[in-house]
Design a protein around this ligand. Structure first.
Ligand code: F6P
Length: 546
């Protein structure tokens, strides 16, 4: 079977078998599954690349795992995975290779894609980034007035922001503490103003991160940054050279903006924006943690890539995670997936995953352009534990929806403090236990609960979760964790036969915003060429601003 050439999903033989199997499995409570099978908690687990997954608290049996594996095979996951690693143009709507895995291949590897050794180019860029980062970190790179750089502001949006800010927060423990790192993404001027209000332009370096170097938000913020710098540096144009670097695939636009390509770090069209945090888009991360730690991050990514490429499906972490998502979305009708990191440093991880998962799999046509007749990518969301427990967990425990949840925990804290870590981890295990097993009316009544309160205090249980356990939040662990979700997205997208690597759904709003912007600012009364609601809103705004 050629990559992506799977037929209709509902006609896959394994799909029919899964349907029949689901009718049976749905009747079982996790309480019974565990009671009947004492080894379940030790068997339905997998590990690789420093990551342990307990998926036993899911509404599955060994047969489910086997059938889902068959479905993956029938849908061509193996072939498409190989095609991705070979550099074939699996992003068919943009006619591009999908090679984020090449970003973390070791130097001695070689991968020829479209006639070019991409691994060689990756390492040339990494070397340039490393040399630049060391100069900034050592204070050798001086600003226009001769002061060392103390502040780094990354300007970017989407994948050119979420990866850098998530990685900075996640690896803050390892970061250069005497330096300040800020991230400006929103076109709302507040973002830029608040990020720079206490910074000295003489000590501030801007990294303008944009794959295309045309994104409205980023270019608007970059122009404001240039004005801010020039105002603080005596208005001399040449000051820009010492205070601006660019990360982009578009050298012409970088030059046109006024940044010398010597101060540009490139990447390639085969790196999707949401798959780019380990490319030059990670420049701010590398300045923060240093080239060696950045190398460890890449090693973690690579370890998970190798695991994904070589482990049998039944022991393959991204395959299991991706297929479980398909299982819940298609058969249980779930529409959301919670991701709950029990580590404060991972506070931006759910936001990062939202772009990775939803921009990738929020699609309603197949690779062949046909409308799907099944559900695709769920909404991913979450917050760090334990904070979420005192907020939205009520709904996960007692709401009317099933919300599969990934709990992410670590055995070793980065900041040991009294009992904190045991208490934190106790909550991970307790939550998954409560979700799976709940509390029956009999148990509630036996506690002496008044009759009228019993229904309120019952926990139905049977709510699925994964527990991901890692040793410590190191750069390596972060790389492995991110790659896990990248490949899980790939597995889902392949089963659904959608293109996880384009994002046409963001275009229409961008085009309309340009038109509306010109109408909001126009001196003459603009044409009433929208619907009545949009026309009236434009009119109201213009009147208020007059
Ligand atoms: O609007 C969506 C998007 O294209 C994302 O896919 C991308 O990560 C983001 O915009 C930023 O794009 P760029 O890096 O080209 O500025």
């Amino acid at each position: 079977m050629s990559a992506g050439a799977a037929g209709p999903l509902r006609e896959a033989p394994a799909w029919g078998r899964l349907q029949a199997h689901f009718a049976e499995v749905r009747k079982h409570h996790l309480r019974d599954l565990f009671a009947e099978d004492k080894a379940r908690g030790e068997r339905l687990v997998a590990d690789g690349a420093g990551l342990f997954l307990d998926f036993s608290k899911n509404r599955v049996t060994d047969e489910t795992v086997m059938l889902l594996g068959e479905l993956a095979r029938e849908r061509g996951v193996e072939e498409r995975r190989e095609a991705m690693f070979r550099g074939e143009h699996i992003n068919v709507s943009e006619d591009r290779a999908v090679l984020h895995v090449a970003l973390r291949m070791p130097r001695e590897r070689s991968l020829i894609a479209d006639g070019v050794d991409v691994v060689k180019e990756v390492h040339e860029t990494l070397d340039r980034m490393g040399a630049f980062c060391e100069r900034v970190r050592d204070g050798e790179w001086r600003g226009h007035t001769g002061k060392a750089i103390r502040n780094v502001v990354n300007i970017g949006i989407g994948g050119s922001d979420l990866g850098p800010v998530m990685a900075y927060e996640a690896l803050r423990h390892y970061s250069r503490r005497e330096m300040t790192f800020r991230f400006v993404s929103n076109i709302d001027g507040t973002d830029f103003v608040e990020a720079t209000r206490d910074l000295d332009p003489q000590e501030t370096l801007f990294i303008v991160s944009s794959k295309t170097f045309t994104t409205l938000e980023t270019m608007t913020n970059a122009r404001s940054a240039r004005d801010w710098s020039l105002a603080g540096l005596g208005g001399e144009e040449e000051a820009v050279a010492k205070h601006f670097v660019a990360v982009s695939t578009n050298a012409d636009a970088v030059t046109e903006f006024g940044i010398d390509t010597d101060n540009m770090f490139g990447f390639w069209d085969w790196v999707g924006g949401r798959y780019s945090m380990d490319s030059a888009i990670g420049l701010s991360t590398m300045i923060a943690v240093g080239p060696d730690r950045f190398g460890e991050l890449l090693a973690g990514f690579h370890a998970m890539d190798e695991h994904f490429r070589t482990a049998p499906f039944e022991a393959n972490l991204p395959v299991i995670l991706g297929l479980l998502t398909v299982w819940y979305v298609e058969f249980f009708g779930t529409r959301t997936q919670a991701v709950l990191p029990y580590d404060q440093y991972l506070k931006r991880f759910p936001a990062y995953l939202q772009q990775l998962t939803m921009e990738s799999n929020g699609k309603h046509v197949t690779l062949a352009g046909d409308r799907v007749d099944y559900a695709t990518g769920p909404v991913y969301w979450g917050e760090p534990g334990t904070n979420g427990q005192h907020s939205f967990y009520q709904l996960i425990h007692q709401g009317t929806e099933i919300i599969p949840a990934d709990f992410i925990g670590f055995t070793h804290p980065l900041n040991p403090l009294g009992e904190h870590h045991d208490l934190l981890t106790a909550n991970v295990f307790a939550q998954t236990e409560a979700l799976a097993f709940g509390k029956t009316a009999e148990q509630v009544a036996a506690e002496g609960t008044p009759d009228q309160l019993v229904p309120h205090r019952v926990f139905e249980g049977n709510r699925p979760s994964n527990t991901l356990l890692l040793e410590q939040l190191t750069p390596y662990a972060l790389g492995s964790l991110v790659a896990l979700y990248e490949h899980s997205v790939f597995v889902q997208g392949t089963v659904w036969s959608i293109n996880s690597f384009d994002q046409w759904g963001v275009e229409l709003g961008k085009v309309l915003a340009k038109k509306v912007a010109s109408q909001l600012g126009s001196d003459t009364e603009p044409a009433q060429d929208h619907d009545s609601s949009t026309n009236a809103l434009i009119g109201r705004y213009r009147a208020a601003r007059r």
